[in-house]
Write a protein that binds this ligand. Structure first.
Ligand code: DGY
Length: 319
């Protein structure tokens, strides 16, 4: 039997490639595959496995045989779901396998910004540390403080667990729907968004990017936060009006920010965010450990094969 043709548009581990090879006739695009290199090569493909690269009408017009697009990511805001549905193309993502890794990074950003770790690391390495320095190193306690999670999906639950059990924090959340099982298991409390912003010392944005969450955090929302609060974004950059965040930081409306994601990625090297000591930046790496990325690649490969062989893939989106 002829194997379906697929494109692999991201570097994947050997065992994942071997798995795909059993079921598919595949071509690997370079590690740096992008929108243009993909649409150049996708004419004959029935499936593609890729990072979350934009899928729009033009992309789909270049892919007349496509049946499934398998994202190696939990986010799938790159998909034009309506356009895909019109053509009966399935989209899949890779949830679950990255929950712990992303939650770890979020706790890392919380602690690093509260205790000013990158700033003080620079201070020591630049040879500025003098005997007697003390108050100038003061940070903010994480333990027993309050955390607000905006968007209580799967990963939010893992952050809540760490915050509650590991740091004895008061944890609140805001979500489209109440998550009673999370409230019951960790004693996490629900608050409306404005109350959460006015209550919490740490605010973590975790919501997926949709039409409703685009620029969810704007001037008005930042003005509702406490002056001593720290804002963390590990969702998608466009959930935040980045200029409003910059204004909030410049005008001391909030204390600090920890960012994994940006409105434009890679972030503009001239962005004022990169000049501020109280802003910690990392390059969209929340799920980026070798173990987790390998699991994501295998999950994406399994979704791809299931879709091509007439089964309902495990992780079809929207859920
Ligand atoms: C995800 O899985 O969505 C991560 O943010 C990487 O894109």
């Amino acid at each position: 039997m002829l194997k379906p043709k697929v494109i692999i548009a991201k570097k994947i581990p050997k065992d994942v490639e071997e798995y795909i090879a059993k079921y598919c006739d595949y071509a690997i695009l370079s590690e740096k595959a992008n929108y243009n290199t993909i649409i150049d090569k996708i004419h004959d493909a029935e499936g593609i496995i890729m990072p979350p690269i934009k899928v729009d009408e033009n992309f789909l017009e270049h892919a007349p045989k496509l049946k499934i697009i398998s994202n190696i990511s939990v986010g799938y805001n790159n998909f034009d779901i309506d356009a895909m549905k019109k053509r009966n193309i399935i989209g899949t993502n890779t949830p679950e396998v990255l929950n712990n890794t992303v939650a770890d990074l979020i706790m890392g950003l919380i602690i690093a910004s509260a205790r000013r770790i990158p700033e003080l690391d620079g201070y020591v390495k630049d040879g500025n540390w003098k005997k007697g320095d003390d108050e100038i190193f003061f940070g903010k306690d994480v333990y027993k403080s309050s955390l607000g999670i905006i968007g209580m999906g799967r990963i939010g639950g893992y952050v809540a667990k760490r915050a509650k059990l590991g740091f004895d924090m008061d944890v609140y959340y805001y979500n489209r729907n109440r998550r009673h099982e999370i409230e019951d298991s960790f004693g996490v409390r629900y608050l409306e968004l404005d109350s959460l912003l006015g209550t919490c010392e740490f605010v973590v944005l975790m919501t997926p990017l949709t039409d409703e969450t685009y620029h969810l955090m704007d001037d008005d929302k930042f003005s509702k936060m406490k002056k001593e609060a720290i804002f963390i974004n590990a969702s998608r950059g466009k959930t935040v009006d980045e200029n409003a965040l910059i204004r909030a930081l410049q005008n001391n409306k909030i204390l600090a920010a920890g960012l994994d994601v940006y409105e434009q990625e890679p972030v503009d090297s001239n962005s004022p965010l990169l000049k501020m000591k109280n802003v910690i930046t990392v390059p969209h790496i929340a799920s980026s450990t070798e173990k987790t990325r390998n699991k994501m690649a295998m999950a994406a490969a399994q979704n791809l094969v299931q879709g091509l062989y007439g089964e309902l893939p495990k992780d079809v989106v929207p859920e």
